[in-house]
Design a protein around this ligand. Structure first.
Ligand code: ADP
Ligand code: MG
Length: 215
């Protein structure tokens, strides 16, 4: 079984085992999306960014199939709950094209904007966005996916994102979806186990057997 996805304080990391899982991840996230949202997708070529966008679009009720807009740079999909703009800046020298196209206008409060190769266009991204990074995993159809909420609005949505992910992965996975790591130290159990009651610890002779009656 793959490494279970986990919540790392500020990012959500998970593993997808198939294109279908990546698509379902997009479907699961779609109820959280609001007009004006920007998603920045980065990572390996062929890692599944467009596949993920297909899921988002389907989840928004868009019937048209999302394809890689490699030669088009930008496509708008309507007919769903909100219009979805899909931009694919597949080469760095096309970044200027994005600017020339009037990229600012796409960052419109009435649209959801998804930019593939978000790391390339980082200077153009609004402070408030959801970063999605996709990398090849250890097996042919394995992918490592990291969601990075940026800005206050997305950080506030972390618990909601997490809940959706838990629901998605618990549907067909035995493992608990998330393992929290890196919580504030006061949330961690003290070294050596739970704190004893006053007077309970420091009694080397005490025998905490099952018959022991207390309160
Ligand atoms: P990108 O847009 O990142 O370049 P695509 O979504 O266009 O990637 O293509 C991903 C390719 O990898 C597809 O051919 C898909 O079938 C394949 N694939 C295999 N495993 C996965 C997975 N777990 N998630 C997404 N795609 C996968
Ligand atoms: Mg693509």
């Amino acid at each position: 079984m793959a490494m279970p996805p986990f919540l790392n304080h500020r990012s959500l990391e998970m593993e997808s085992r198939s294109p279908e899982e990546t698509r379902r991840l997009g479907v699961s996230l779609s109820p959280l999306l609001r007009p004006g949202d920007v998603l920045a997708l980065g990572g390996d070529l062929g890692a599944g960014k467009t596949t993920f966008v297909q899921g988002l679009a389907a989840g928004l009720g868009i019937v048209d199939r999302v394809t890689s807009p490699t030669f088009v740079l930008m496509r708008e999909y309507t007919g769903g709950r909100y219009p979805l703009i899909h931009i694919d800046v597949y080469r760095l020298d096309r970044m200027q094209d994005v600017v020339d196209l009037g990229y600012d206008e796409f960052l419109d409060p009435s649209h959801i904007v998804v930019v593939e190769w978000g790391d390339m266009v980082a200077p153009l991204l609004p402070k408030e966005h959801l970063g999605v990074e996709m990398r090849y995993g250890t097996a042919e159809t394995m992918r490592e996916i990291v969601l990075r909420p940026r800005g206050q609005g997305w950080e506030e949505r972390i618990p909601a994102v997490r809940a959706l992910m838990e629901e998605l992965f618990s549907a067909d996975r035995d493992d608990p979806l998330f393992k929290e790591i890196g919580p504030p130290s006061e949330l961690l159990p003290p070294p050596g186990g739970r704190p004893g009651r006053p007077g309970e610890s420091g009694q080397p002779g005490a025998h905490p057997g099952p018959e022991r009656e207390e309160g």
